[in-house]
Design a protein around this ligand. Sequence first.
Ligand SMILES: [Zn+2]
Length: 123
Amino acid sequence: MIIMWLFIFILFLLCWLFVFIKPTIVKVEHLPLSEHFKAITIGPFVFTKLPLSLREKAHEFRHIKQQRWLSPWLFYFLYVLIFLYYRFVGESFFHAYWKIPFEKDARRYETIYTQEDYYFKYL
Ligand SMILES: [Zn+2]
């Protein structure tokens, strides 16, 4: 039993370390939920079908920063939990997404950072 918990803990730490590698934008043909989102950030990778504006990059890279603070597991756990809470209390899909504190924080950074060199300083 202790071996299993140790394995899970090491996996948790490796996932956390992995998010510190250089963020990479990955162009893909298909994106899940693409009718709702232009890009999805998973770990250090930003998956998108279309080129991203500076503002959109700032938003997605902020999600990478959030994962670096909390660890990817805790970030996604809280993200989904808060989204489900808002859905449970009757918000629409869009409003539930809009109210997630991680999204509010990322939207704030869209307007703060619009300089190209920001991405090199930041990462
Ligand atoms: Zn976002």
